[in-house]
Ligand binder design. Sequence first.
Ligand SMILES: N[C@@H](CCC(=O)N[C@@H](CS)C(=O)NCC(=O)O)C(=O)O
Length: 221
Amino acid sequence: MPVLYGAHRSRATRNLWLAGEIGLELELRQVWQAYRLDRADGPEAPLNTRSREFLELSPMGAIPVLVDGDLVLTESLAINLYLARRYGGDLGPRDEAENALMTQWTLFAATSMEEPGLAIQNAYTYGRADTEAGQSEIAHMVERLGRPLRALERHLSRERHMVGGRFTVADVNLAEILRYGQAHEPLLADYPSTDAWLRACQARPAFKAMWEKRSAEPMWL
Ligand SMILES: N[C@@H](CCC(=O)N[C@@H](CS)C(=O)NCC(=O)O)C(=O)O
């Protein structure tokens, strides 16, 4: 059985959601982000992103990591593209053109949407959203997201899904990245097709099951 090293409150959500969609049994080995622990070092510390044992798998000290047989794979989005192709049936590509489009949309989201989205989420999570500096940071990030959101809206006003006219790994990857910006409620007000698509993705049973486990995981240890 493939093993996923990670935590529910991390980018492993992408992999756990996709595994749920596939019906793939994945063993989750809990690895905490070091910053979530009171003490990350020492013999008592739980497995975390600074543990020597974990750094053997991920020299970057980052979760998630997938181990499937001899394959050790980092990068959550690469893990999803692999899981979809290897185990996902129609959640993965049916041909090379679909494979190319799934890669294209995944890289689009990773390179143009993830960083500003995370900055928005962090501003809310760490209580900066009510401050003047926080609001100006959020406004700047919303502006940065405008260009990719317009491109996404154009696509989703014509298509119900990202690739192939059906729900695939591309929808999971995009939806999980766009989720960060949702902390800022007005973000999608001008993008009705994107908003409807994202809500439909998040209404899926596999997303809800993942979300329930994520919500149950303590933020700090
Ligand atoms: N691009 C990487 C980013 C991985 C990453 O930064 N993961 C965070 C958690 S979501 C982490 O492990 N941080 C380590 C730490 O803060 O100790 C991916 O998508 O897998």
